[in-house]
Design a protein around this ligand. Structure first.
Ligand code: NAD
Length: 259
């Protein structure tokens, strides 16, 4: 294929991490509706299989692979299973992420357990290396790839509602996006990131009501975002409508923290 040719989602195999719930599930549904074959990766096998069964029953090409995205070996096995079921993966959505809280609150750095720091870095950042490392050889060979990673407005500015590990990893994803965009662009691969504001998912459902209200007050659109609104931006960044966009961070935040 000529690298400048357009390639629509219906011709693609998309791998989405953290696809069993929240934003990831909305992304999977949107790609499936656009005709893509969707590989779902999550460590929550029950929810992942339920979503895969629902998409499969609706006639979509889908495969669920259970993996802890922090483990390179499990990521490799999941990619191989999805490629065997659906074909070469040309679109990667690095969505899996965690933001541990203690009694609904971020833990101060001076009280953070080293194990918690390392786990968040492994899940939020090293996971992206794991999938990019496993999938880019094929993308480079085929001269085509689309990569979208889920950062956060907390990766662009200090937010007191998340802890240091979360803000640090989301900022690192922005740096990684820019580096990879430079390195992979000559090979026909675009790399972009999304920076959601506060989105109504299980990740924020456990937060105290005042925490959501405080964000809504400073969000010009005066509401939380919906997972499907992040999914729509993700699809744009991997679609043929954004073929000349790479190395960018797109806020999906209702105008919160315009940096
Ligand atoms: P969520 O907690 O609702 O869903 C996350 C999914 O990832 C779950 O299905 C979970 O099982 C899976 N997951 C977590 N750790 C995993 C691991 N080690 N291996 C495999 N799967 C794993 O989260 P969400 O709100 O949908 O967030 C999705 C992404 O968007 C995250 O990267 C998050 O940091 C980012 N984000 C969310 C918000 C928000 O307000 N919800 C804001 C900004 C950024």
């Amino acid at each position: 294929m000529n690298a400048s040719e357009k390639r629509e989602h219906r011709e693609r195999v998309v791998l989405i991490t953290g696809a069993a719930g929240g934003i990831g599930a909305a992304i999977a549904e949107r790609y499936a509706a656009d005709g893509a074959a969707v590989g779902l990766v999550d460590f929550d096998a029950t929810s992942g299989q339920v979503l895969a069964a629902r998409l499969g029953a609706a006639g979509h090409r889908v495969h669920f692979a259970q993996a802890d995205v922090a483990s390179f070996g499990e990521c490799e096995t999941a990619c191989t299973a999805i490629e065997t079921a659906l074909g070469p993966i040309d679109t990667l959505v690095n969505n899996a992420g965690i933001s541990p809280k203690h009694a609904g609150k971020p833990v101060p750095i001076w009280q953070m357990e080293p194990a918690e720091w390392h786990r968040v870095v492994d899940v939020n950042l090293h996971s992206v290396f794991n999938f990019v490392r496993r999938l880019t050889p094929g993308m480079v060979d085929r001269k085509f790839g689309r990569i979208v990673s889920m950062s956060s407005v907390a990766g662009k500015a200090y937010l007191d509602i998340v802890a240091a590990h979360y803000g640090t990893t989301k900022a690192a994803l922005i740096g990684m996006t820019r580096h990879l965009a430079g390195e992979l662009g000559p090979h026909g691969i675009t790399v972009n990131a999304l920076a959601p504001g506060r989105i109504d998912t299980p990740m924020v459902a456990g937060a105290p009501r005042e925490a959501n209200d405080a964000v809504i007050r400073v969000t010009p659109l005066r509401r939380l975002g919906k997972p499907v609104e992040v999914a729509d931006a993700c699809l744009f960044l991997s679609s043929s409508r954004s073929d000349f966009i790479t190395g960018q961070v797109v806020d999906v935040a209702g105008g919160w923290l315009m940096t």
